[in-house]
Design a protein around this ligand. Structure first.
Ligand code: HEM
Length: 406
């Protein structure tokens, strides 16, 4: 269980929960800071029917990294690599220091909500002689008119998503996994992301993105009846997929888009225009149709002036399942900031990661619609894109992807 940042978690000033914490603040007796045990000790299991890093709250720090198999590395080498990577991920997520190879980077820290998630790209299947096992859902995404994609930072044979609430724990995992790739796979691209640190707000709250908006409100919730249907490939028994794709049971498809925000233009807009473009209030995330953040959006509501309360091109109207024949996805993004471009504009935005059982029933129809009529699109540039098949999890002694690779 996550100890901070979820409903019912701690309130203001409660970041310090170690022995001696309380009114004395961050300094315990003896002048040493209390350990932030509630963040460090948060632990998610690596083994299980589904991989971690999908339904868990997005962590404060992330590395998204893609690899290509080295020339000559085929199915056998890929299987051995996934076995090494899975063993390392299992150790790190449980808070164990890997016995054979440790770098000391995360010494003293707990797992800090670490998740490590593995996926396969379209090109992986040709390189490993498994073309006939490639799921239809992994067909390349269509192009969109607003795309300005950099192929060097797109796609890839293999993908790892690393998330942790501690920056050193996250980097440690990245570095170890990169070393374990050895001669088998080479780094293709890497992106670093972040979210608000658990405990940074006085009460648990939906996070904000770099445009300042509360982002994530209308995500499907695991308690929704249709959540699994939208997000996960059905397990073997009721899988509609053919046998070639049965290895994806319990898995999901991750769409990764590096979306730069044109912040210099956005920041010049009045608050009112910014809110009309999204369809929600910036301060508290309430829909412009009324209520509070969690009030259901009323897309039909008309104001006293006869105009729609939520504009025709408002992001939440154009993206909503109601406007897209029920298409839905789980958005689990990270912000990024990689300094400033030559023109002085921030190289910053959203590492948009969304999860769905089938991209053709999630990301693709929604992005098509956004591409045509979303008021927000004018302030965004899609700079990189990738789609990965993320298989279900594995049992102890197994590795992720074993049903495909063995
Ligand atoms: C909702 C921002 C890109 C799909 C929202 C909301 C914000 C937001 C502030 C309202 C709060 C919420 O429900 O989470 C952004 C920003 C983007 C971006 C800043 C790019 C940098 C995308 C993309 C897609 C998408 C690429 C999918 C193709 C959605 C959906 C909703 C949503 C489905 C919920 C709509 C509803 O049913 O109310 N987004 N978004 N967004 N966004 Fe985006």
């Amino acid at each position: 269980r996550r100890l901070l940042g979820t409903a019912g978690a701690v309130g203001a000033g409660a970041l310090v929960v170690g022995a001696g914490a309380g009114a004395a603040g961050a300094q315990a007796v003896g002048g040493r800071p209390d350990p932030l045990t509630s963040i460090g000790s948060t632990k998610y299991p690596f083994h299980g029917p589904r991989q971690a890093g999908i339904v868990q709250p997005a962590q404060a720090h992330a590395h998204l990294v893609a690899f290509d198999l080295a020339p000559g590395s085929g199915r056998k080498a890929a299987a051995a690599l996934l076995r090494r990577w899975s063993a390392t991920a299992a150790d790190l997520m449980s808070g164990e220091t890997p016995r054979d190879d440790d770098l000391g980077i995360a010494l003293d820290a707990g797992p800090s909500a670490l998740t490590v998630t593995f996926g396969f790209g379209h090109s992986f299947f040709d390189r490993t002689g498994l073309t006939d096992r490639r799921p239809a859902a992994l067909e390349p995404l269509p192009s969109f008119s607003a795309d300005a994609l950099d192929p060097k930072r797109s796609d890839g044979d293999l993908w790892i998503q690393i998330g942790s609430d501690d920056a050193l724990v996250a980097f440690h995992a990245l570095r170890l996994l990169q070393r374990k790739a050895g001669e088998t796979a080479r780094l293709r691209w890497q992106m670093n992301g972040f979210n608000r640190t658990p405990g940074a707000t006085s009460h648990p709250a939906t996070g904000r993105n770099l445009m300042g908006q509360i982002d994530g409100t209308n995500n499907p919730k695991p308690s929704d009846a249709a959540f699994d249907k939208h997000v996960f490939v059905p397990d073997g028994r009721d899988a509609a997929a053919g046998p070639a794709e049965a290895w994806m049971a319990g898995g999901s498809y991750a769409v990764v888009r590096r979306i730069r925000m044109l912040l210099d233009s956005w920041d010049h807009l009045s608050l009112e225009r910014q809110e009309r473009i999204i369809g929600r209030r910036k301060s508290d995330g309430a829909p412009l149709s009324g209520g509070s953040e969690t009030t259901p959006v009323d897309l039909q509501k008309v104001g006293p002036d006869g105009a729609l309360a939520i504009a025709g091109d408002a992001h939440i109207r154009v993206a909503s399942p109601a406007s897209n024949r029920g298409a839905a996805m789980l958005r689990r993004p990270f912000s990024y900031h990689d300094g400033f471009r030559d023109d002085g504009a921030p190289d910053a935005g959203l590492l948009f990661v969304c999860w769905q059982a089938d991209p053709m029933k999630g990301f693709v129809p929604v992005q098509r619609k956004l591409d045509r009529g979303d008021g927000l699109s004018r302030f965004l540039s899609h700079e990189a894109s990738a789609l990965f098949a993320v298989p279900g999890g594995c049992a102890e002694g197994e590795y992720v992807g074993q049903r495909l690779l063995e």
